[in-house]
Design a protein around this ligand. Structure first.
Ligand SMILES: [Zn+2]
Length: 68
């Protein structure tokens, strides 16, 4: 699902950490001098994917531990 900038409704590329507020790059730069306050959505998705993959791998390896 494409996230939209809460200001201009363009496709968002950033979100505020721990918030459901999304911004496109333009609005993010305009409203937040420090973009490190924001999180790249793709970066977040990648991190999430990694966690899921790690969990999958971990689960296959630790299946026996979990069952015991
Ligand atoms: Zn915008």
């Amino acid at each position: 699902m494409v996230k939209k900038c809460i200001i201009c409704s363009k496709e968002a590329e950033f979100k505020i950490k721990d918030c459901n507020e999304f911004y496109c790059e333009e609005c993010a730069e305009e409203h937040f001098a420090d973009l490190s306050l924001l999180q790249g959505i793709e970066e977040e998705a990648r991190a999430l994917k990694k966690v899921v993959l790690d969990n999958l791998n971990g689960n296959t390896q630790n299946n026996q531990d979990l069952e015991n």
